[in-house]
Design a protein around this ligand. Structure first.
Ligand code: 4AD
Ligand code: MG
Length: 462
């Protein structure tokens, strides 16, 4: 028998077809008329297919009437027009129970569980409507990212996950070592790294940017897309210790071009999600956050507000909103400030640019005023900072000066400096946090619920 997905058999075009559908039982209801309704979901879409199993099936009494939530089944039958809400249903010729699920212990019962509780069952939560929808939307976003860059002539490069350099200079790196922590060689005055695997202190990368710059200054337009790691001890709804980031990097490109690209990318991702996952997006809008579609429309309609950091500080200072953290020129924006700008003041995405040099990493290009750098952050309602990027410092002496300011050893970055010695060019790029993008599109309020297996301080289960 021809295998078919639940998505396929829910379409009226399939009426009259003989199919085999395989999935997991959501509910079973027995009718007095001598048959049962089984709702089956296979994860290809939010909706279930209703299967009608007649009492004259051989295993009706022995098995079908014992089916409960979580059982896996393989059903052969005919797709028929349905009298219910869905256009179709399946009239089963056979219902084969592939795996039983003990109703006494299976955690996903009919009642709704909190997202906190479901995090403890991260191995089962993809079987719920919400987490199935998140997984499908996350997949759509990744597809859009690759489509967008590939169609635009970007080359996908794989940057290393293990590195010896701290791109963001924030010291929030996880160590990678084969040394035995209990028996560190030369432990008295410090550790002798010549005994370690890489011969030097090594870490999990916080960003693929520095290596992406190498490829951009040879191949023009590139992007890297992979996992990144930050050992910052922040227990917030927007921070993970392991998250995915897409980082385009472009030669012969200034901050304006960079902002234009960021805006186009966000517009593409959200419009694809609406088009590819309409059923999931309706669910998020109706059940998770009633502002989801409205804020997506703010991304699609019109141009993003572009505001210098200095102008943003002025906006924040003149607002009559009470902020928990005071703000003044030279301090970094907190989430509450980002939300004020995007939700109250401008009601839509805002790109902030030209930040004080003192609060930004060494690689950002120093502006003529010497006080600011050509940085840009894209802020969106509900999530706040979703993209961080900049034009890069392409002038060797200025870059060396910035590294010295931030106590970075130029020997460690000799290859990065070489890019400025040999055919240097203005270039720019940014990083989009995948999970924050999924949060924005779905309206899920906690970042731990938009990645399959969240890694946060104290959590590495699964
Ligand atoms: O602003 P960030 O730190 O920028 C960079 O890493 C640059 N090297 C990117 C570049 O220019 N190529 O991080 C970029 C984005 C943030 O805007 C945010 O969306 C996300 O990555 N991000 C996090 N997401 C989840 N958990 C964390 N701990 C994150 N830190 C950053
Ligand atoms: Mg940032």
């Amino acid at each position: 028998m021809q295998k078919a997905t639940v998505t396929a058999v829910r379409s009226a075009e399939m009426i009259g077809e003989q199919v085999c559908v395989q999935g997991w039982v959501r509910t079973r209801r027995d009718s007095k008329g001598g048959f049962s309704f089984i709702e089956v979901n296979d994860g290809t879409c939010m909706g279930n297919i209703q299967v009608i199993a007649d009492a004259d099936l051989a295993n009706y009494e022995s098995e079908i009437t014992k089916l409960t939530a979580g059982c896996s089944v393989s059903i052969d039958g005919e797709v028929k027009q349905s009298g219910g809400k869905q256009p179709t249903e399946i009239h089963a010729q056979s219902v084969n129970v592939v795996g039983w699920s003990d109703p006494e212990t299976f955690p996903l019962q009919k009642k709704r569980h909190s997202f906190e509780k479901l995090r403890e069952w991260a191995h089962l939560r993809p079987r719920t409507n919400t987490f199935g929808a998140v997984a499908r939307v996350r997949n759509s976003i990744c597809l859009s990212i690759h489509d967008f860059f590939q169609e635009d002539g970007f080359l996908y490069v794989h940057t290393p996950i293990i590195t010896a350099s701290d791109c963001e200079g924030a010291g929030e790196m996880f160590r990678v070592t084969t040394l035995e922590l209990e028996k560190l060689p030369g432990a008295k005055g410090g550790i002798d790294y010549s005994f370690d695997f890489f011969d030097r202190p090594s870490y999990l990368t916080v960003s693929g940017q520095l290596e992406a710059e190498i490829y951009a200054t040879a191949l023009g337009k590139v992007y890297t897309f992979g996992p990144t790691f930050r050992a910052e001890n922040s227990n917030t709804s927007r921070h993970l210790a392991e998250f995915w980031m897409v980082e385009p990097e472009m030669a012969f490109c200034d901050l304006q071009d960079n902002m234009d690209l960021a805006e186009r990318l966000l517009k593409r991702i959200v419009s694809d999600a609406l088009q590819r996952c309409p059923e999931d997006m309706d669910f998020f809008d109706q059940r998770i956050d009633k502002t989801v579609k409205e804020t997506i429309d703010q991304v699609l309609d019109g141009e993003f507000v572009r505001l210098s950091y200095t102008e943003a500080i002025a906006e924040l200072e003149k607002s009559d909103k009470e902020f928990e953290f005071p703000i003044s020129w030279g301090t970094d924006l907190q989430s509450e400030h980002e939300r004020y700008l995007t939700e109250d003041r401008f009601a839509g995405p805002v790109i902030l640019y030209d930040y004080p040099r003192t609060i930004k990493p060494f690689y950002m290009r120093v502006n003529d005023d010497e006080k600011t750098v050509a940085a840009m952050d894209v802020l969106v309602p509900r999530v706040g900072e979703i993209i961080g990027g900049s034009q890069r410092e392409e002038r060797l002496e200025v870059l060396e000066g910035r590294m010295a300011d931030q106590q970075l050893q130029s020997e460690d970055y000799w290859w990065y400096l070489d890019l400025r010695r040999y055919g240097t060019v203005p270039h720019s790029g940014f990083g989009l946090g995948l999970e924050r993008m999924v949060q924005f599109v779905t309206g899920m309020s906690n970042i731990r619920d938009v990645i399959p297996f969240p890694r946060t301080p104290g959590n590495a289960e699964f």
